[in-house]
Design a protein around this ligand. Sequence first.
Ligand SMILES: [Zn+2]
Length: 315
Amino acid sequence: MGIAVPSSRWGRVGRRLIESLLLIGAVFGARTSGADGVRVVATLPDLGAIAREVVGDAGTVTVLSVASEDPHFVDPRPTLLVPLSRADLLIVNGMELEVGWLPPMLVNARNPAIQPGGLGYFDASTAVARLEVPKGPVARSEGDVHAQGNPHFAYEPRSGAAVAMALAARLARLDPAHAAGYVARAKALKDALLAFATDERARFAAIAPSRRTLVSYHQSLTYLEHWLGLTRVATIEPLPGIPPSPKHVATVLSLMKASPAVVVQEEYRPRATSERLAQLTSTQLVVIPGGARDGEAYLERLRRTTEALHAAMVK
Ligand SMILES: [Zn+2]
């Protein structure tokens, strides 16, 4: 299995763990030839939904988090180590979205197949056109969680299509016997996503630009705004990941009074400030999905998001 020998500071406990994993490996045999096919783990529900469509019946997909969790701050439950320790392929969002919780789990899972840089580690952000990438150094000490650019590309179907195609190419290398199926399913998903992207852009273009305006809680709608031609008036968080101060909320309120806008946030964010701002400006709070629900198709999750936004903007 090629597991690296642990450093001495790991000591006896670490060595025993490695020996146990080696034994498991010996019992269950080669990783990519298991009875269930290729074992894929995705960090986030949207990536899991895309992976399920691309993998099809050629393997299994396990997702480490749920749509009601903030992807920046997933609870690193020890039970998640089990699928990680057995995975053939790990799909991460990248651009540091999981930097607060995934790296220690990757160490503790002790699975050399899915370490960064290897064939079994797929960084979805490498497939997409990245937005809001800082030109200079970002002061992480200020708490900005978007120091590598905006990581929330899964809100946008063209990015999802690019991820599906790149994922199929990676799966084809990992599991060549099923390559044609991976590519065909990814292509079908891509076609459906691109058709949806075109249709929805046209539908939103029919709304007056002065009504295609929003205030988002977190700076997570950038890709969606570009896609649908929406204008962001303000964000309730002063910087990504920083809770709003009363002074900042007052600034947002004055901006909303000058440029009316709906308030948008994911299901997992605190609602009190958003509700107050919506109330004070007689607008709506639109609560959008944090990701695909368990078993939900990626396209349906996107459709739920645009339906909620469209309904609020035409009201
Ligand atoms: Zn973010």
